[in-house]
Design a protein around this ligand. Sequence first.
Ligand code: HEC
Length: 104
Amino acid sequence: MKTLLLSLTLLSTICIGSDYEPPVGASGAQIFNDACMACHGDNGTGKFGLFFDLTSSTLQVEEAKVIIQQGGLMMPAFPNINGKELDALLTYLVSLRPVLAAKE
Ligand code: HEC
């Protein structure tokens, strides 16, 4: 039942998107902690299972960018994360991936 309620809460974020706006010059880690951690966990390992795990993501940075700005199936869109802050966030996301980060 708890899971169901949680799913419904999460589902209600669909289509709405988030109006979260990062402070100017915010670091990737700061933005992640403020806007992403609730679903994706402290280190991007995901709070509710595999779908939320970003450390095993194989997306190219450009693809991740599109998901952040336009949202996904359950992932809210963050149209207000732009420019420098978006770049910082993407760099942080890649740094969470043990394998890919090591390759770069
Ligand atoms: C309401 C929960 C929620 C929040 C908040 C959230 N996400 Fe997500 N995110 C998801 C879910 C669920 C998925 C799985 C794909 C989908 O729903 O389309 C996902 C997928 C992703 C993906 C794609 C991963 C892949 O390999 O396919 C990226 C990148 C991502 N999220 C980044 C972020 C970032 C960055 C933030 C903060 C700005 C964030 N998410 C905030 C729920 C969330």
